[in-house]
Design a protein around this ligand. Structure first.
Ligand code: FBP
Length: 298
């Protein structure tokens, strides 16, 4: 089976990007090993006002230290850090955005969680998602899976018994499918969103929603459909973060022939104003995203 190294060597990715992707992907093993001793909460909150799980802060510190030591990264923006970390001594020009542990509240109930990462070049994280140089996520489920794009389509790898990433699926294309999931309480959905979900249900779409964005998205990537975390009454920006969650996942979705929007426009074209800004998001099969065009996405 093709290894991650062999795949990367066959792409046009520059040497330092290949090194950075391999370095980040390799952190799946120590992160997964830390689950057992980091089941509780850290007693702190992140910039979004959410209580941080012990694994949120552990994964954040761990990945940040690895990136700092690499000398490849000039900036790091993390869901779990208030400010952008600048690393002026780095010789590299990459900038990393990350959600170090997405869905962390699910670790103690043994459901799939993951690490979401976006990589920019030109040394700054404050760029729209469409400018990403690469995006990836590690998904910690029955397998440890790496979903990766370096701008040449989407590949899915899995760790084998030798702790080596081997190619599971090449050039992934998101099918139309019939799965849907939506965050937010139904009692505060907007009329437009409730109408869209009703349409999905009337057309026989099946509900898939675990509480882990990265795990729920991976199902959509494989089987097709849509994941929504919409604007709700009182929270017009929704819950998920533009830079750390929506952009990397949206970049991967687009590279696999899918699409992402916020109910009005393509999320990947948004120029971020603040690192922790939130965005409503609809991500999934292109036909379904276009189908909501009139009511949600234009
Ligand atoms: P974090 O765990 O990184 O904060 O991610 C937010 C998240 O857990 C998503 O993974 C998930 O899709 C969503 O929140 C679930 O929100 P809710 O509990 O409101 O349905």
């Amino acid at each position: 089976m093709i290894t991650l190294e062999e795949y990367l060597d066959g792409t046009g990715a520059e040497q330092e990007l290949k090194e950075l992707v391999r370095l980040i992907a390799a952190q799946a093993t120590p992160i997964r090993e830390a689950f057992l001793t980091n089941q509780t909460y850290a007693g702190t909150t992140n910039q979004s006002g959410e209580e941080q799980a012990a694994m949120d802060t552990w994964a954040d510190r761990h990945i940040t230290e690895v990136l700092q030591r690499s000398g490849l990264v000039r900036e790091v923006a993390s869901e779990e850090q208030n400010d952008i970390l600048k690393i002026p001594e780095s010789h590299g020009e990459y900038a990393v955005v990350m959600d170090p542990l997405d869905g962390s509240s699910l670790i103690q109930v043994n459901l799939a969680v993951g690490t979401i990462v976006g990589i920019y070049d030109h040394g700054t994280v404050m760029q729209p998602g469409e400018k990403m140089r690469a995006a990836l996520y590690m998904l910690y489920g029955p397998m440890t899976v790496l979903t990766l794009t370096v701008g040449e389509g989407v590949q899915i790898f899995a760790l084998d018994n030798n702790n080596q990433y081997v190619l599971l699926e090449a050039d992934v294309k998101m099918p139309e499918g019939n799965l849907y999931g939506s965050g937010g309480l139904r009692t505060v959905w907007t009329e437009e969103h409730a109408r869209f979900i009703d349409t999905c249900e009337q057309e026989g779409y099946k509900l898939r929603y675990s509480g882990s964005f990265v795990a729920d998205f991976h199902q959509i990537l494989k089987y097709g459909g849509i994941y929504c975390y919409p604007a709700v009454v009182g929270k017009e920006r929704g819950k998920l973060r533009l830079m750390f969650e929506a952009n990397p996942i949206g970049f991967i979705a687009t590279q696999a022939g899918g699409a992402i929007c916020d109910g009005r426009m393509n999320v990947l074209t948004i120029n971020p104003e603040k690192p922790h800004q939130k965005t409503p998001l609809y991500v999934g099969s292109k036909g379904l995203i276009e189908k909501v065009n009139g009511t949600l996405c234009t």
